[in-house]
Design a protein. Sequence first.
Length: 377
Amino acid sequence: MMTIDTVTEEDIIPLAEFLQNGIPFKATTKETWLRRFEIWWNLNPAWTDRFPRGWILKNDSSIAGFIGNIPVKFLISGKEKIAVAAVTWYVDPSVRGMSSIRLFNAFQKQNYASLYLFNSDSPPLIHIVTKNKFKEYVLPRFQMKYISLLDRTKVVFILRKFLFAESITTTAEASAFIVRFGQLLRAYVYQKPLMQTGTEPNKDYITSICTSCDDAFSRIWDRSLDACDIALSRDTQTLNWIYFSSIEPNERVVIQCRRSHDNSLAGYMVFDIMRKTASDVGMMHLMDMCLADEDPYLLASLVSFAGKIGKERKAALLAIWADSQKTEEYCHNTFTLSMGSIHHNYIKIAEIPGENMDSFTLCPSLIAPPRGIDHFL
């Protein structure tokens, strides 16, 4: 008999053992999942026991499916609310069908949530969530990512991640492949230095690795959040939770840039180094950033330092995207390699009495869960 129950403390270890054997998760271990559960719930500043950890599908007494539930703080019209993110929706292939939908329905029917979050680039899942009135938001803003070669000797990895990163089944895809091939040849011969912007980083800025966020990291977001009716809360608790919750073998790196004359925060970037195992070469992806202004010296300082850290930590490629027109121009002028980049966020807003939610401006984010703390190669 198929039943659905909320996840309890007693389910944690059996659930970790079930997930490590799932077809999409063959590179994970029981310890991987126990670490994830610790981050999702016990370390999460938004989690309380009024929010289910998730739901499990049981076939008699055996676990046959799971959907996780991560609460996260959001701001709606300046007021702190709770969003919930669906993560790791997985059902054993032998019992898929309506049982899978029942898990997703349990996620949607929970109480106390003002927003429901779902991130996926899978067409079947996208079809399901859009039928359930989730609205699509595509990120990053310019749908482009810019790439720099950090270790040219990792030819096979670079070919796989850049040249063969997209399928080649149509004429348009074949044309895009030819363009990428030409770019890659030029990059091996003529790649521009990461500092090259027409201006060089100077002594006005000091760039370093950051190990925790203080109030300055929240305040630097004020101007950006003023334009948003709905956005991820950037309070220090939430930032520290998301930014410093990486799970090996992946590694999250936060790079800060401060003004040398008063040590005030000028900007920062958050990167993930994605790799299959701790000994493998990886790709360093930009996950989040905030700049006090669009000074090219500031951008050059952060990006060039990121390249240095990437080389030290066995990343063969560095990938960043732009969140403004000036940053887009900087990327276009600095990077030799570029390609399309589209990630789908799906958000459903619960009805709030007295509010016309259709008129609200929602600012999605790549770092918001589930991508911020739950992603796979």
